[in-house]
Design a protein around this ligand. Structure first.
Ligand SMILES: Cc1cc2nc3c(=O)[nH]c(=O)nc-3n(C[C@H](O)[C@H](O)[C@H](O)COP(=O)(O)OP(=O)(O)OC[C@H]3O[C@@H](n4cnc5c(N)ncnc54)[C@H](O)[C@@H]3O)c2cc1C
Length: 399
């Protein structure tokens, strides 16, 4: 069931936007995704159209030239983009995290400098926590930033930076006090500016993109900082307020990002279901459409249930956040459930497609390679369970 028909209480604006983005996915993304995926090419024409639709400024306030929409509407947009192709939602995702970091923690000058150009998509943002030796354990990062005159000098290697080459801004977490205890109090977030598309910037090299199982088209890169100079006022929130606050700023943004990843899980699960519904009513076996075999109907029923549950959890978390209520556990649950639902539905859809599901001729083959990313990015399922468990105990402490 489409999100608009499932949610009775959407505003007219939400319905119209959702409908518009679904049409965009049907007409522009889905028919072209297979080609971009097989060539692993950045989908520039699609991104240009997204800029024209204002999709890079969805959550940026109107005073900074964005659309000023809430997280719930954003989640519905992301579902549609991801239903089209998960890589398209990946192009927007890190940009959304970057704009949230600026909106919540940036100085007025930082907001005025970057947000209006981010809203149009003229400049795009990435964020960089992970390193070759650590991803889940963010506090183990080794990249350092040392004060040198009026600047900071960043050195270290970052890993898995989505939009690492074509972005202009990279929100980078570095250690400004490697001896700090607890470790997270010595970490700072820098707004690193670079030339989009350039593999060499002063003090910063972007090596060739990493070759991946799926999630093609959008580049994931390493970033090698070697004496990269950035002014002290590039610290997110300014040096006085932002020094040593990077870890908590990033964790805050990732909490919001979980709703975003959950919406991507709903989108890919929904698409897998649509493909299964169509194929199972076309393919015949043992004298009837395979959809008439009860075993296939059970699969369809389980998939549809997973999709709806994932969507409801996602929209609940988004609405709580929009209402200013606590949503940490709910966002974690949505991310955990929806990313697992994505993987589950894609695998069931592939099974329903039989041998053809294993062929590159069929869209579900791409979905099968794309879906696992959601189990890993922005906190693996194991880490998600740890966070939910810890917060549950804190919320329901007996003593
Ligand atoms: C395509 C892609 C894009 C990405 N984009 C970005 C990006 O834009 N920016 C960025 O900063 N990062 C990005 N990442 C990195 C991603 O966030 C990390 O890969 C993820 O956090 C997991 O870290 P890791 O790969 O180092 O795995 P590890 O942390 O080494 O984990 C390996 C395994 O051990 C498990 N594990 C670890 N600790 C525990 C524990 N305490 N208890 C139980 N199990 C545990 C994990 O769940 C996992 O199964 C991206 C990754 C991918 C694949």
């Amino acid at each position: 069931m489409a999100v608009e028909t499932q949610m009775q209480d959407l505003t007219d604006e939400q319905r119209a936007i959702c409908d518009m983005v679904r049409r965009f996915a049907d007409e522009q993304i889905i028919p072209n995704a297979g080609r971009y995926d097989s060539e692993d090419v950045f989908p520039e024409p699609i991104v240009q159209q997204m800029k024209e639709l204002g999709l890079f400024g969805v959550t940026i306030p109107e005073e900074y030239d964005g659309l000023g929409l809430d997280l719930t509407t954003y989640a519905m947009i992301v579902e549609q983009l991801s239903r089209g192709w998960i890589s398209i939602s990946g192009i927007v995702n890190t940009h959304f995290i970057g704009s949230y970091l600026l909106m919540k923690f940036g100085t007025e000058e930082q907001k005025r400098t970057y947000l209006p150009r981010m809203a149009t998509g003229e400049i795009r943002a990435a964020f960089s926590l992970s390193e070759p030796e650590c991803g889940s354990d963010v506090q183990a990062i080794k990249t350092t930033a040392k004060r040198v005159g009026d600047d900071y000098e960043i050195s270290g290697q970052k890993m898995w930076v989505t939009n690492g080459l074509l972005s202009s801004l990279v929100f980078t977490l570095a250690k400004t006090d490697p001896a700090a205890e607890p470790r997270h109090t010595g970490m700072t977030c820098f707004i690193c500016v670079k030339e989009p598309g350039a593999s060499e910037n002063p003090g910063l090299i972007v090596p060739p993109k990493i070759h991946k199982l799926g999630y093609k088209g959008v580049e994931s890169t390493e970033l090698v900082f070697d004496g990269y100079r950035t002014p002290a006022d590039s610290i997110l929130g300014g040096e006085q307020a932002g020094l040593g606050r990077g870890f908590s700023q990033m964790m805050d943004a990732l909490e919001l990002g979980r709703v975003n990843v959950a919406a991507r899980g709903v989108g890919i699960a929904q698409r897998a279901l649509e493909l299964a519904l169509r194929y199972s009513q076309q393919r015949k076996a043992f004298g009837k459409e395979i959809a008439q075999h009860q075993a296939i109907q059970f699969k369809l029923a389980d998939m549809a249930t997973q999709v709806d549950a994932a969507r409801l959890l996602t929209l609940r978390a988004a609405r709580l956040k929009d209402a200013g209520e606590r949503s940490d556990i709910e966002a974690g649950m949505a991310k955990l459930f929806a990313s697992e639902a994505g993987r589950y539905c894609v695998e069931e859809s592939l099974r329903i497609h039989g041998g053809y599901g294993y062929s590159k001729e069929y869209e579900v083959e791409r979905l099968y390679r794309d879906a696992p990313l959601l189990l890993i990015g922005e906190g693996t399922s194991e880490i998600q369970r740890m966070v939910i468990g810890r917060k549950l105990l804190a919320r329901h402490a007996v003593r």
